[in-house]
Design a protein around this ligand. Structure first.
Ligand SMILES: [Zn+2]
Length: 151
């Protein structure tokens, strides 16, 4: 069952991100080490529920990401089969801040999706930020980490 599409959040309204999803994104980013990792997040009824890691096929994965086309198609297929809709695209910045690079702005696909960026930073402190990207411009959206009961 896929309910009506969630309305775009009003200015200042935080996105609700279940803690288990946030934890998985951070774990993926750490596993990637010096490489950027990427993937999709599916939602049901507007609530993010599943993480679909996609291999980074970029020639220079330390500096950019390019979702492996087959992996991306497979992730979208699994998402549809699970009756989920695309909620967000996530990727990591092993070096840079949790904000879109110029290339991210130029190459951003799916304007309806949230762009989550996790930074491993230089201080060892993980940082996760959400962005709306449209027309080459990014607007940060606050995230609220929420506890959910469905494991
Ligand atoms: Zn990036």
């Amino acid at each position: 069952m896929s309910g009506p599409a969630p309305a775009p959040e009003a200015e200042g309204t935080a996105l609700r991100l279940p803690r288990r999803i946030a934890t998985r994104i951070l774990a993926e980013a750490q596993r990637g080490g010096g490489r950027e990792v990427c993937g999709l997040i599916g939602a049901r009824g507007g609530e993010p529920v599943s993480l679909y890691p996609v291999p980074n096929a970029a020639a220079d994965p330390a500096r950019r990401f390019q979702m492996d086309p087959r992996g991306q198609i497979e992730a979208m297929r699994r998402m549809r089969e699970a009756d989920e809709t695309l909620w967000a695209i996530y990727h990591s910045h092993p070096q840079g801040p949790a904000r879109p690079s110029l290339r991210d702005l130029a190459e951003a696909a799916y304007p309806e999706a949230v762009h989550l960026i996790v930074s491993l930073g230089t201080t060892g402190v993980l940082e996760l930020a959400a962005w709306r990207i449209a027309g080459g411009e990014a607007r940060e959206v606050p995230i609220e980490i929420v506890e959910t009961g469905d494991g």
